[in-house]
Design a protein around this ligand. Sequence first.
Ligand SMILES: Nc1ncnc2c1ncn2[C@@H]1O[C@H](COP(=O)(O)OP(=O)(O)O)[C@@H](O)[C@H]1O
Ligand SMILES: [Mg+2]
Length: 222
Amino acid sequence: MKRITVINMKGGCGKTTIATNLASMLAALGRNTTLMDYDPQGSSIYWLKHRTQDVGEINGIAAYPANQAVIRSWRLQPPQNTDYVIVDTPAGLKGLDMIDQISGSDIILIPVLPSSIDTHATADFIRDLYLIAKVKTKNIRLCIVCNRVKPNTLSFHALERFLDVLDIPVIAKLRETQNYIKASECGLGIHELGSKSSEKDIEDWHQIVNWLDTERQSQCNL
Ligand SMILES: Nc1ncnc2c1ncn2[C@@H]1O[C@H](COP(=O)(O)OP(=O)(O)O)[C@@H](O)[C@H]1O
Ligand SMILES: [Mg+2]
């Protein structure tokens, strides 16, 4: 079982979009997938409730405290046969809350938008992951997904320059497209829309899954 936590201190960078699309892509490819939602807004669980039975099945766990009640730890356990646990997280996690949230992760997937405010916040967040959460000593791998990319824009080139100096794999650059919004409204991944205009975007998701599968394989071999 591999646990992938989708996290960035910054809100609105695409954590839920990436968590839900990744879960649906993995499910469509036959991986037993659990989607855990730690964000009190519950957007991933809301998305899951709109999913119909004819698409790949995803097990959902609402991990945020519901009605202030303490969640029993057994309710946070994914089923035994799970291949991937995808964790959606709230924005703004720092210090001990952030350390708690990433504990047990194999991979931390960091979405980042091409804007100077987002780049700045992401730089601080990555520094905290290394210095405070000590991801390197815990053997947690980091990867980055650029989101809402508009190629050939100054802001995207600035983001590329920032990413060039980091030693973290950039595993995909997702386009900005209304198809993500359409898919999110009906509990689907972009690949499940059946839209011809999504073909290029679906390739991005295959690239993400390939990277995760290869990483999973190499961690199993350690
Ligand atoms: N690649 C994209 N193209 C178009 N809209 C997007 C894209 N990624 C995210 N969005 C939209 O941006 C908003 C914020 O994304 P969301 O995934 O909810 O961010 P977060 O979970 O980090 O707060 C949502 O309305 C979502 O549909
Ligand atoms: Mg969200």
